[in-house]
Structures are given as C-alpha cells and as structure tokens.
Write a protein that binds this ligand. Structure first.
Ligand SMILES: N[C@H](CCC[C@H](N)C(=O)O)C(=O)O
Length: 301
C-alpha cells in the first residue's frame, strides 16, 4: 500500500477544504495528520473530506469528515459540494449518493457548475441536537452571552443538520460582532455536550439572510454550508422568512451566496452553491506530510 494518497485543495465559498482520496485503503486520515496539515500555512484547512470505498449498497462513497482541530464532524455542506465537483471531474458523472455518519446524502452537479446537496431533514429534538437541558421548543432556547442585564447574544435557535448548530438572530451587521471572542465561549458552552457551530444571522429581506459562523472544531471560517442550512430552517421555523431563501455569507471570499430550500413535501433541506478546485498533491494520511502535484494544471497546459 502506497504511503501517500492523492488530495485536492478546494473551497466552498472560501471554506477551506482538503478532499483526500482514501478509496482502496483500509486506513483513515488520522487526527494527527489533520492537525499537522492545518499547522502548515500552505495546507491549512477547515475540513478534510476523506473519500472512502462505499459501505452501504446504492452509495458511491463513504465520506469521513475531520475538522482542522482533528475532531470528527457528521456533516459538511461546503465540503460535500467539493467532493461532488472532484468526482464529477474524475468520472464524468453528475449525480452521486454519499454516506456519512449522519446518513445518506444525494447530490448533483448542474450544467452551470453549481452543485445541489440534499442535506436531509433538520432535527429539533433537544436530546438529539444535543442540548444539555430539555427544551420542548428548541427554536428559541435560554442561552445568553455577555452582561447578565444586557446580553450581547441571546435566545438562539438550536438544531442539528447532522451536526449541532445554534443560530443567534441579530439586528445589526453580522460582521459588527466580536465573534472571535464569543464564538469559542459558545462553541464550548456546557449547553452543548458535543460542542456546537455558532452562527449570527440577520434577515435582510423576506427571502434573504446574511450569516457569519464560528465553526465547531475549526473556528471562524469564511463560510459554513450546514450553518447556512440551519439559518434558513430557523428563519422559516420562526416565521422570519419562507422556506426558500438566499444566504449571503458575509465573510465569503469572493462574496457569494447559497440557495437553501427547506422542502415542504419531505422537510429535506436542499443547498445549492459553488465549489472551486485550487491545486492537487499527495499526502501521507497518517502523518500529514505532503507534496504538491498540480496534475490538472499540467493537463490544462
Ligand atoms: N465544523 C462543523 C463541520 C463543518 C461544517 C461546515 N464547514 C459546512 O460547510 O457545513 C462541525 O464540526 O459540525
């Protein structure tokens, strides 16, 4: 078995993704390799999407997701779009079915290059998000940060998109909050036994939101797909918007949007947006040692 595997540095709205091809191998990308790769400015990332041989009938691959701190994640919307683009370029196919620890995801690459992922159904049960306290209505839970008599952030919507999310609704520009300070306090708050992704969301029209996210296990990222899904569901759930919205991801570079539909007929959340390949290389999945091999750029020349 070769010591190294192919990987691609990609992004989804600036969310830094490493897509690692682990097919045909019995091992996994180790947390130590993830931490080592993230420590290198050239390969720093938000998530690793490791493509493994399928485990379930009718699926194309099992996707193992690691955050940059080496922790495991159950879902990654931006990363899933990157995997679709990589496999579509490799196979010429457009539609794929993946399995993650959170379940089965169906995805398709459109003619215009955008990719839609069925992220499944949101989960609102307090003990499946999970939350540490019982709330019968998790669309607005009791949690605040900042001065007791004048909290900076309070009363978030909580849910799971396979991974835990807390959406704080704000009425100022989401970029005007010190999320770098509040994010880790909330990510690691005792209310979230498995930690949580923390998103600030502002309604900008009856069909659009702006979001900014402090990600569990990755910190401030330029974009978070599952958080965009959670914000869209929370907005509809609390009567702020309808079930189809455009998400303006405030920190995305370049500025970009995601389209989210919380589908009426089956409550599935459909996320549509771009993915971008940047460069390719090879890496050792146990140590994180890597080399750059821009085969695709070479082919293009
Ligand atoms: N940090 C997240 C996983 C990645 C989510 C985000 N990058 C996305 O696009 O959904 C977690 O630990 O739940």
């Amino acid at each position: 078995m070769s010591a190294t595997v192919e990987f691609a540095r990609m992004n989804g709205l600036g969310n830094k993704i490493l897509v690692v091809d682990m097919r045909g191998r019995p091992d996994k990308v180790t947390p130590a390799a993830a931490v080592a790769l993230n420590a290198d400015p050239q390969t720093e990332f938000d998530q690793i999407m490791a493509i493994h041989d399928p485990k379930a009938d009718g699926t194309d691959a099992f996707i193992d997701i690691l955050n940059s701190d080496g922790s495991k994640a159950q879902a990654c919307g931006n990363g899933t779009r990157c995997v679709v683009q990589a496999l579509a370029a490799e196979t010429g196919r457009k539609a794929f079915t993946f399995q993650t620890v959170a379940g089965i995801l169906n995805a398709v690459e459109h003619e215009d290059g955008t990719i839609s992922v069925d992220m499944g159904r949101p989960v609102f049960n307090w003990d499946r998000i999970p939350l540490a306290e019982e709330f019968h209505d998790t669309s607005r839970i009791e949690l605040q940060i900042g001065p007791i008599d004048n909290p900076v952030l309070h009363s978030p919507s909580a849910m799971s998109m396979g991974n835990p999310h807390a959406i704080f609704w704000v009425d100022r520009d989401v970029m005007s909050y010190d999320l770098a300070r509040f994010g880790p306090l909330l990510e690691n708050h005792p209310m979230f036994p498995e930690r949580a992704n923390i998103t600030l969301a502002q309604v900008t029209s009856p069909t659009s939101l702006t979001t900014r996210t402090w990600e569990r296990g990755a910190g401030l990222t330029l974009a978070c797909g599952s958080a965009a899904c959670s914000a869209a569901v929370s907005a509809a759930r609390t009567g702020r918007t309808g079930r189809t919205v455009t998400i303006n991801v405030a920190s995305a570079k370049p500025p970009a949007t995601l389209s989210i539909e919380w589908r009426e007929r089956d409550d599935h959340v459909i996320m549509t947006g771009p993915a971008e390949w940047e460069w390719s290389g090879r890496l050792d999945p146990s140590t994180g040692l890597w080399s750059r091999e821009d085969t695709r750029e070479a082919e293009a020349q």
